[in-house]
Write a new protein. Sequence first.
Length: 332
Amino acid sequence: MKVRFVRSMVCSCLIFVSQTVRMNAQAVPDAQAAQQPPPAASQPPQQPPQQPPTPPQAPPTVPGTPSVPKPTIDIPSSPAPAKPASTQIQEHDTGGDAISVEPFVWLVRSTPTLRPGAGNTFTDAYSLRFPGGSKYAEGIIATIPTTRENSLEFTYFVLKGQGNTLLPVTENFYGNDFAVGDTMASNWLARSMKLSWNFLTWPYPSNGAKFRVKTLWEVQYSELSATFNAPADVNAILTNGSKQVVFPTLGLGAEYHPEKHLRLEVKASGFAIPHHADIWEAEASAVIRIGRVETLLGARAMHYKTSPQASDEYISQSMYGPYIGIRYLFSK
């Protein structure tokens, strides 16, 4: 019994050992398979590096023949688009740039002189400087702007005077005699009219330029009328006479604008025929503009003479003095 038991135990042990060895043998290949990395993915066959295209070879040239260069074509770049012209309107502030009216007062003390003309046949014709003196001239200037910063200007003024003269000799005025010793009373009135086209010559357009030049194209008319009387002489005859001069005149003017509301003006014009009539005028002023009102402070001079070839008398007069004016601008 003991032998059988031992035998069976030995057999059981052998069977257990063989089963264990078999299981270990199967586990070893599986573990090795798990440890091996997965097979690498199949890679596409490598392409050889591409060579740059070979430039075309110039055909061989015959020895001694120069190679002909390839023609090149320059494509001009497209021009830059032109900038649109500026539409900004520059302010025009040249004198006379608005419809305006200007009353002025000219502080002038001047008297005319009456002289016998070259054709005067009266033996008692003498020169007379009118007695007394004027106080001031009153006038008005009207301005209308035209194109290109030009303007049309009309000027009118009158100057009056009166006085008494004790005649040392018998004198003849305008064909009437006044006896020696008469107290002759004389009244005179000088008036002048001028139409001027003030043309902006440089620069145009002004565009805020400080200095500007004008040419003046004008027509001037001046007249002096006088009345002579001797109230104490019953034989004296009240005598009236007048003389005129009218000429086209040419001139030059300038403006300087140091500030926006201030400008300085200078102008002169005239015309003359030698040994005949003449007329000229000049002025300088400072103009201050505030809104629609301009104040003018300046000085003016004027001279005129009728033709000395007259058959009776001719008149000459020179006037000068300061003046002040107030100008109102109706439009801008």
